[in-house]
Design a protein around this ligand. Structure first.
Ligand SMILES: [Zn+2]
Ligand SMILES: [Zn+2]
Length: 105
């Protein structure tokens, strides 16, 4: 799985070839990049939300890619932050079913 920095670099056109090759081959990371492109741009520069998790963290939360302690802390934040709860709802709505991550048993 690509790192946050790799995904952001890809969106900025600054990723190296191996990152772009991974995005072509990996539906999971391609989905994360697509969601990040939609949501990160909109929110970048919003200084009132410095305490909120980055957009990609919400995306990964929605895909259940965070580790359990992070899932818990994001869930706690979502209870107290209307902006993030709204954003997560939009992320979930945008997410196409074919990219839904299959959990290992
Ligand atoms: Zn990947
Ligand atoms: Zn928040």
């Amino acid at each position: 799985m690509l790192s946050d920095n790799d995904l952001l670099a890809a969106l900025d056109g600054e990723a190296d070839a191996s990152v772009l090759a991974h995005l072509e081959a990996c539906p999971c990371c391609a989905a994360r990049a697509a969601l990040l492109m939609r949501f990160e741009r909109r929110l970048r520069g919003c200084l009132t939300r410095v305490l909120c998790p980055p957009t990609l963290t919400l995306i990964d939360y929605s895909l259940r890619l965070l580790d359990p302690s992070q899932q818990t802390s994001v869930a706690a934040h979502l209870h107290s932050c209307r902006a993030c709860a709204d954003e997560l709802a939009q992320i979930v709505a945008e997410r196409t079913p074919k990219y839904r991550v299959v959990q290992a048993p």
